[in-house]
Design a protein around this ligand. Structure first.
Ligand SMILES: [Zn+2]
Length: 237
């Protein structure tokens, strides 16, 4: 289940054993999130993907200590714990869907999936890689705050792209309200996780919408394309 930590003002899954979360507008985190992880969470290794809206999944390991490493061409990172240094992975979003995956044995990932990532199935690709390293009954997925179907109007051309590629899910991911197609990115991510082999009962999600829940979240669409701020999704172990 996804719950709210009232002290830190972050959402998190009450089933993932490692420190993790999805920050909100209310969280007192610095724009320099790596600095925050170093000073507040004692992180020694910090990894973040470049985030280019593609489907690059990279495994990260033991690199420089005490500084941030930006992983080029990646939108998802996998880390498998194998030493004592505290490592943190994080991504930043403001409408795209953030996903954290974790097994209690220390196989974890963070994924950034907007419409392009959804189209390319980056979350399914990441989940499949994790399932090579851990058993399905050990792996939990948590889908964080992104733009809801309510606010995510897309044009006909993009709707057609999704209908053609994901014909089997068309009725679940595309809806028409006021004659405009809406894309349900959250549902798409959920279906992709299940298709990749994650157990449905091991997926935590909530009906978030970064665009209408203005008091809680930053939204790229809400701010009319100007980035007013971003949320961070992180896991440390
Ligand atoms: Zn909405």
């Amino acid at each position: 289940m996804i719950v709210f930590n009232n002290q830190e003002k972050i959402f998190y899954s009450d089933r993932i054993v490692f420190e993790h979360g999805f920050t909100t507008r209310l969280s007192e985190v610095d724009k320099n999130f790596a600095e925050y992880l170093i000073t507040k969470k004692n992180a020694r290794l910090i990894f973040t993907p470049e985030q280019i809206h593609a489907d690059g999944v990279m495994r990260v390991g033991e690199q420089r200590q005490g500084s941030e490493e930006i992983i080029a061409s990646a939108d998802a990172l996998i880390y498998i714990k194998n030493n004592k240094s505290k490592a943190c992975l994080y991504i930043r979003t403001a409408d795209c869907i953030p996903i954290i995956l974790a097994s209690k044995k220390g196989v974890v990932a963070v994924v950034h999936s907007g419409w392009r990532g959804g189209w390319l199935n980056i979350v399914g690709k990441t989940a499949k890689k994790l399932l090579e390293a851990t058993a399905a009954d050990q792996l939990l997925a948590c889908i964080g705050p992104g733009i809801g179907e309510c606010c995510y109007v897309i044009d006909e051309k993009r709707a057609q792209l999704f209908k053609e590629k994901y014909r089997q899910w068309e009725g679940e991911i595309i809806s028409n309200t006021a004659n405009e197609p809406h894309l349900n990115l959250l549902k798409l991510v959920y279906l992709q996780l299940v298709e990749a082999g994650i157990k449905a009962e091991n997926i935590d999600w909530k009906n978030f919408c970064t665009c209408c829940q203005k008091d809680l979240f930053y939204s790229y669409r809400q701010s009319k394309g100007k980035l007013a701020g971003e949320m961070f999704s992180f896991i440390c172990l």
